[in-house]
Design a protein around this ligand. Sequence first.
Ligand code: GRF
Length: 198
Amino acid sequence: MTLQKAAVFASGTGSNFQAMIDQKDLPCEISLLVCDKAEAPVIDKARKKGISIYLVDPKSYPSKQDYEKEILRELHALGIEWIFLAGYMRLIGSTLLNVFSGKILNIHPSMLPNFPGLDAIGQALEAGVSKTGVTVHFVDEGMDTGPVIIQESVPILKQDTKETLTKRIQQVEHRLYVKAIQLVINKEGVLYEKNSID
Ligand code: GRF
């Protein structure tokens, strides 16, 4: 059986990307890294594993539409069917959304709809809540607003600093993203209409 091909979009460190490519029984092939930052450490992780890298600078295009059309051309050329956002610091626009409807996933370090947007871990610490968590969701046109696939909560300990909490959240992220991919690709009881399968 040939595996469906996926592209990971990332702008930074790429620890989630690393977790995916290290996973032996992922039900798809991570065939491409799409990156919008030439200096992002994730690029080296792809290079080490021999995964194709598509480095694309949004500033070289007159509009978001043109930028995404260029990415779309590459995705089609490689037969990519899934997009996994992992620390990709841009909103996906209609050019990609229309073509990959229901096929774009994102991971966010909070229990959405709580603490969307930037610095979700800092937001949770600032709010003084006793727990936060991780969400993997389908992507729509909003910022961290699409239907939830899976969530897991992470307690905030009294002695937690941003660093210690981030570390524990990342451990959950790496496991949860792989699980979400398995759920959506194997269609194991995904209740799209209820916006949750947890
Ligand atoms: C993760 O915390 C993810 O939830 C958020 O961006 C971060 C990316 O981390 N969307 P990494 O680059 O995968 O290490």
